[in-house]
Design a protein around this ligand. Structure first.
Ligand code: PAJ
Length: 293
């Protein structure tokens, strides 16, 4: 099935209204394109649960910092179209920049506090751009459910807070991180890694796995788990640690000792390429188990 490709809000709204008139529920999969198996897993989850599935495809300039990779971000439209065809997307919404950000655009969504830690501390303005574009796409498309990956854990945590605070009538679903056979989380940015960096990039997954084992064995000292994450990355050739964080998975605030739902998050640079990964653990008096957001 070849998806319909739309560039205007009117076309999308017409198609979505048509689907609703047939009694179908509408799912939205927000992406910046360069689709890989991680994105495909979100599409498949949406395809299972929804009658009509829209893929948002827009490389959002406002979530990139001035020194980030906006201009060189991969844009393989024909390949993306093929993925959408294979996975059964009904409609691709690929708006022009002026459609999303008309002249004199001046309204922004900010989730105070949460947007300034971890990813937000390293990428000022990033979540302001993400929240603004996501609220806009929700308003433009009007989905029942939107699908996100746990790969970008803070993104989902911040967006959940936005949806709650602003009474946005959309349910968010979080899908597990899809990985390469060696454990590296799939990312559109992995193509930037040279073979040597690619080999060492598995360190993020290994460091998180080792920290998980520490917690499973009973370690509840947050600082200690955080330090062992950091040390493992520092011992990796070519890796430069941006942050290693162990925080409450709902508020992103520090937890000490470890309890409840906890996010273990890493950001690491290999040359100019910045990789992130995370794990979520649920810790009770009885013990610890891997969990999802
Ligand atoms: P993008 O980086 O294209 O990611 C789109 C969605 O795919 C996100 O929800 C992300 O978490 C998910 N994803 C990426 N890699 C994944 C993996 N390995 N496993 C599972 N899911 C994965 O995230 C964005 O775009 C943008 O910020 C966006 C929300 C579209 C706003 O511009």
């Amino acid at each position: 099935m070849t998806p319909v490709v739309c560039a205007t809000v009117e076309e999308v709204r017409r198609a979505v209204a048509g689907a609703r008139a047939k009694g179908l529920r509408v799912g939205l999969v927000p992406t910046m394109g360069a689709l890989h198996e991680g994105h495909a897993s979100l599409i498949r989850a949406a395809r299972c649960e929804m009658g009509f599935v829209v893929l948002w495809l827009f490389v959002n300039p406002t979530q990139f910092g001035p020194k980030e990779d906006f201009t060189r971000y991969p844009r393989p439209f024909e390949r993306d179209l093929e993925v959408c065809r294979t996975e059964g997307i009904d409609l691709i919404f690929a708006p022009q920049r002026e459609t999303v950000y008309p002249e004199a655009f001046s309204s922004w969504v900010q989730v105070e506090g949460m947007q300034d830690v971890l990813e937000g501390a390293s990428r000022p303005g990033h979540f302001r751009g993400v929240c603004t574009v996501v609220l806009k796409m929700f308003n433009m498309v009007g989905p029942d459910v939107a699908y996100f990956g746990q790969k970008d854990a803070q993104q989902v945590i911040v967006l959940k807070r936005m949806v709650r605070d602003l009474n946005v009538p959309v349910d968010l679903r979080v899908c597990p991180t899809v990985r390469e056979p060696d454990g590296l989380a799939l990312s559109s940015r992995n193509v930037y890694l040279d073979p040597e960096q690619r080999r060492h990039a598995v360190a993020l997954f290994e460091a998180l796995g080792a920290a998980r084992e520490q917690v499973f064995r009973g370690e509840r000292n947050t600082g200690l788990v955080q330090r062992s994450l950091a040390e493992r990355i520092r011992a990796t050739p070519g890796a430069v640690l941006d942050y290693a964080a162990v925080v409450d998975a709902e508020s992103l605030r520090p937890v000490e000792p470890l309890h409840g739902k906890v996010l273990l998050a890493l950001a690491v640079r290999f040359g100019a390429t910045r990789l992130i990964d995370n794990l979520v653990l649920e810790i009770t008096d009885e013990g610890a188990a891997e969990a999802s957001l």
